[in-house]
Design a protein around this ligand. Structure first.
Ligand SMILES: [Zn+2]
Ligand SMILES: [Zn+2]
Length: 70
């Protein structure tokens, strides 16, 4: 797979990761890794936050959309 962001700029680089949200392939330069809170639970138990965080890979667009929330 090729990096989508680079391909848009007319550059061809191999993707090293896939965005968790939109599924686009991103190269090392365009991959944003974030630690996301993990939630557990469901009816009838209220969801609770687990003490661990989970790493997720995002493309620049999705990372921008998530900014402030993570
Ligand atoms: Zn790229
Ligand atoms: Zn994305």
């Amino acid at each position: 797979m090729k990096c989508y962001v680079c391909a848009k700029e007319g550059v061809s680089s191999d993707a090293v990761a896939v965005c968790t949200v939109c599924g686009m392939g991103t190269c090392m330069k365009h991959t944003i890794r974030k630690e996301v809170d993990v939630w557990e639970g469901g009816y009838p138990f209220p969801s609770r936050k687990l003490p661990k965080k989970m790493p997720r890979m995002f493309c620049p667009d999705c990372a921008g959309a998530y900014k402030g929330e993570l």
